[in-house]
Design a protein around this ligand. Structure first.
Ligand code: ADP
Length: 857
């Protein structure tokens, strides 16, 4: 879990904390980190918890700043007088959490009072532990707590829960102590112990009276709260039998507990928890207490101490006498029981375990209340979809994400895409569902279209194919530019028709999901054209950015044709005089946006990767996420893949070699099992690092490697490879085409794949190749950085630099030639990696739900 903990600002929260709430917060944060959670601690700048991130709310704690206070340890915990800075500090945490709400799963407030209000400001599940004794709570009960904010209160004992009648307490979690520090002692040294702040309300007077009347030794520990009280009421009563040790910490404190015959706890107020009782019991020391506050929950009558039946000194005297008259063996048994009780109920581990459970229940409950629809209806609008019409990775996602959503979450999905003439109607049987349907076009005109229906292969998800031959008839998904038309004209038309079509179908989705800048019109139309139409007004929009560099521009004179006005594009800095940037506006208008890997999502916030939109993305960070693309492995399984001549798996990896020999033969390369066969399967554009590949070609040949490139793209780049093939016909093969089948034969036959991308939003080729046991050599960027582990599942280099790339290849080839068993281990690790949709589809559900919430705001 990603947990934000807000702590008190009075004293630093660190390993040396010795004040109640600060110690509690330190222990909680520390153990949560140790249990593998991501913890961010909002506290004073002098706080520190190993493994947790500290967000400083004020530079130094009040205690750290005030030297006089820090010298005078006795007055610790007294006089919280730094109101202004404290309030400003807490507000800072709230604003931060508000803008970073997607970075956290839950917030845990440990400050009492002020922060209770914060759940109004922060749209996240918010847990507040009530630490204060009831006396202090009374006023809060009348005000803050009574409001029943969307907050989850945790009480520290059942008694406390009962007492805060107006507060909706979600659960009870007992505080815990470090049972290793408060170690067990079987024997006592015979004295009665009293510990606490030396305050008239804490019952020290009664303890002294009891000690005197029973002629028992009494040892007292704790800081002096009021000097006058101490000088007048306590000091005169001290003698050989009644001794005061001052405030004890560390080993001395533990020794103090261990040596006691019993701990006297004559408090007559409703102590909400009473840590000292747990500490004493942990050392084996039984408790003698009045039946007040949490006492009956901590102390088991006769087993771990004595709870006085009456609320007076006589009753406690009887109890003391009883303890001293116990037989040795039954007293020892009592000590053991004490320790056991703590181990089972009041250790830090137990406490943190219980908080973990509470967090999960709170998150579930919060989701139930805040997540609008469990079973969502989602419309996907896409220009490409594998296997009907694939141009690249986007098509794979458009096809496989809906499949995963429907399977894992029961999401009801419909897809709308163009009916390209090249879609194989035999393979994907389709029927006409609307004939000569009249729809509005972006320019306001009307057109007649046909709509066909087919199913996303292997599912029951309907795909509606928009049949408009004058626009979608070409042989390519992305047709060549028609002079006088915007290059994304066909996607603009698709966007508009799709939105019109759902109304015709009378099918209202919760979310419309579309992909990339070319589909920018969807969120823009939804915000600007359809918001007042009750059919559309509740539908949220989500835009996934697969590649930030595709930013469709529309000239001013083209705007009318797509039904937009210049004034729809508000941010001057993003648009020039002659044209507007559609993607920029879509980022502003969409309810949620995401890109396809966590690292790319971070990179695009920088100038280097932001393609001019970094500032806009930073401004919209709160609704911007990175979700790694999932893989539908059913298409890419070497056990079943139809383009893999000899099927294989981890236990039959030798068969991969047969695929290599097959591939070499097919390509006309020298057939050899030993030579490393290196491949590239890629669009051939500068983004893919083709200049780096060009640079290493000769070195590959020198290393004795073979090289095959399958790809299409820039003509100049294709020429480079064709030339290299001519130069080294036995070692280099250039297949300048797009061939999804052949791609898989290459993945199956090659030893390594090169992906030295300049930037890579996610990258599917490395994920596919890994499943085939083909080791990726990648640059540490975007999704490549998120999926390939250097030395384990591939070879990774950082800087976009020819020599760095070459060095990574050298390392790979060296392992290939000289460390055969290591190579095999890497292949197995690659094949075992799991980037299926399971995890990512869930994140899309969260994204959709966020979009719905944002849309309502
Ligand atoms: P991008 O989407 O930037 O092109 P990805 O790595 O995300 O890159 O996805 C590329 C997808 O396209 C992979 O499935 C890859 O196998 C496939 N691919 C790329 N070029 C070709 C080609 N020439 N022939 C067949 N498949 C290709």
């Amino acid at each position: 879990m990603r947990i934000a903990i807000i702590g008190k600002l009075f004293a630093p929260i660190n390993i040396t904390s010795n004040m109640g709430m600060e110690t509690f917060t330190y222990n909680l944060a520390d153990l949560l980190v140790k249990r593998g959670h991501e913890v961010t601690l909002f506290a004073s700048g002098d706080s520190r918890v190993d493994g947790a991130k500290v967000m400083p709310l004020i530079k130094k704690s009040y205690f750290g700043l005030n030297k006089k206070l820090s010298k005078d340890k006795k007055s610790m915990g007294v006089g919280y007088g730094y109101g202004g800075a404290e309030k400003r500090g807490y507000l800072k945490s709230l604003f931060y959490l508000r803008t970073h709400k997607y970075d956290f799963d839950i917030i845990h407030d440990n400050t009492d009072e002020i922060i209770g209000l914060s759940s109004l400001l922060v749209d996240l599940p918010f847990v507040s532990t009530i630490h204060l004794p009831f006396e202090y709570l009374k006023d809060l009960e009348k005000t803050v707590y009574k409001e029943k904010l969307a907050n989850y209160y945790v009480a520290i004992s059942k008694k406390q829960k009962k007492m805060v009648k107006n507060t909706p307490v979600f659960d009870v979690v007992y505080n815990g102590i470090n049972s290793r520090k408060f170690g067990f002692s079987e024997k006592s040294r015979g004295y009665l112990a009293w510990i606490g702040r030396l305050d008239p309300n804490k019952g020290l007077g009664a303890a002294i009276e009891i000690a005197n009347k029973t002629k028992t030794k009494l040892r007292i520990a704790g800081p002096i709260q009021g000097q006058k009280y101490f000088d007048e009421q306590i000091k005169p009563k001290l003698n050989k039998n009644i001794k005061y040790y001052g405030p004890l910490t560390g080993r001395k404190l533990v020794r103090f507990y261990k040596g006691a015959k019993a701990l006297l706890f004559p408090i007559r107020w409703e102590e909400p928890f009473g840590l000292v009782m747990a500490e004493a019991m942990s050392c084996g020391t039984p408790i003698i207490a009045f039946r007040r506050g949490s006492v009956p929950e901590l102390v088991e009558q006769h087993k771990t101490g004595l709870i006085c039946p009456k609320d007076n000194i006589e009753s406690m005297i009887k109890a003391v006498k009883k303890i001293y008259s116990m037989s040795d063996s039954s007293y020892k048994k009592m000590r053991k029981n004490c320790r056991k009780r703590v181990e089972e109920n009041f250790t830090l581990e137990k406490m943190v375990e219980n908080y973990e459970k509470v967090y999960q229940r709170v998150i579930d409950d919060w989701k139930k209340k805040n997540i609008v629809e469990k079973k969502l209806r989602v419309l996907e609008i896409t220009a490409e979809l594998t296997p009907l019409a694939k141009a690249g990775g986007l098509g794979d996602i458009a096809g496989s994400l809906p499949k995963a959503l429907a399977k894992e979450f029961g999401t009801e999905i419909r897809i709308i895409m163009p009916k390209y003439s090249f879609i194989d109607a035999e393979k994907f049987p389709m029927k006409i569902v609307y004939k000569d349907l009249q729809v509005r076009m972006p320019d306001g005109g009307k057109k007649k279209i046909n709509v066909w229906e087919t199913l996303n292969p292997g599912t029951k998800i309907p795909i509606y194919l928009v049949d408009l031959p004058e626009i979608f008839s070409g042989e390519k998904v992305y047709p060549d530019v028609v002079p006088g038309r915007n290059e994304n004209f066909s996607q603009f038309i698709l966007s508009k028709i799709a939105l019109e079509l759902i109304k015709v179908m009378n099918w209202k989705p919760n979310v419309i999901h579309c992909h990339d800048g070319m589909m920018s019109l969807v969120p823009i139309f939804m915000k600007r054209h359809y918001l007042n139409d009750s059919f559309y007004s509740e539908i949220a929009s989500v835009l996934t950015i697969h590649n930030l560099f595709y930013q469709p521009k529309v000239k001013n004179e083209e705007l009318e044709g797509i039904g937009l006005k210049r004034s729809d594009f508000s941010d001057k800095s993003l648009n020039d005089k002659e044209s507007v940037n559609l993607l920029a506006q879509a980022i502003i208008d969409a309810d949620m946006i995401n890109t396809v890997s966590p690292t790319y999502a971070k990179e695009v916030l920088t100038k280097e990767y932001g393609a001019g939109l970094d500032k806009l993305l930073r401004q919209n960070k709160a609704k911007f996420k990175g979700i790694l693309n999932g893989m539908d492995y059913s298409h890419f399984d070497p056990r079943t893949n139809e383009d893999t001549p000899v099927k294989y798996w981890i236990d039959s990896l030798d068969k991969k070699t047969e695929n290599k020999l097959f591939l070499q033969k097919k390509l006309g390369l020298t057939q050899s099992a030993d030579l490393p066969l290196i491949c590239v399967v890629s669009r051939l554009f500068p983004q893919k690092g083709v200049d780096l590949i060009e640079f290493v070609l000769k070195d590959l040949v020198d290393m004795g490697a073979q090289f095959v490139v399958l790809g299409t793209g820039h003509e100049n780049i294709e020429k480079v490879f064709i030339k290299a093939e001519k130069e080294y016909p036995e070692s280099i093969e250039a297949e300048m085409k797009f061939d999804a089948h052949f791609a898989q034969t290459i993945y199956a036959g090659a030893d390594m794949i090169l992906l030295p991308s300049k930037f890579e939003p996610c990258g599917l080729s490395q994920i596919i190749s890994m499943r085939f046991g083909t080791i990726p050599i990648v640059r540490k960027t975007g999704g490549l950085a998120d999926t390939v582990r250097d030395g384990y599942t591939g070879f990774v280099f950082k800087h976009y630099d020819k020599n760095a790339f070459l060095w990574a290849i050298h390392r790979a080839v060296d392992v290939y030639y000289n460390q055969k068993s290591n190579w095999r281990k890497m292949q197995i690790r690659c094949m075992e990696e799991d980037f299926s949709w399971k995890t990512s589809a869930k994140k899309y559900i969260q994204l959709y739900n966020r979009a719905i919430i944002n849309h309502k705001k």
